[in-house]
Design a protein around this ligand. Sequence first.
Ligand SMILES: [Zn+2]
Ligand SMILES: [Zn+2]
Length: 102
Amino acid sequence: MLQLRPNCERCDRDLPPTAEDARICSYECTFCADCVDAFLHNVCPNCGGGFTPRPIRPKNEWRPGVSLAHQPASTRRVHPRWGAEEQREFVERVRSVDPIYR
Ligand SMILES: [Zn+2]
Ligand SMILES: [Zn+2]
């Protein structure tokens, strides 16, 4: 199940479950759209993959046992695994390659 992480791993801004500017990679690394657009250039600094908008988990229980209340968002904040300069170099190395060829 997709882990709804509470913050941007780069700038630490809050990304609540309803955030429409949350972006995730295939490993659920989570960043805000501003960081993805301005700094990461669609390169996840942890895995090199691209990003997609994070889906919003429904708060209403449209189906039994399935809702944000039943499968709540994570409250454990995630911190950068790589230093800012290392991230920048990594992004520069990878960004020119289209995600489907990475
Ligand atoms: Zn951010
Ligand atoms: Zn990633």
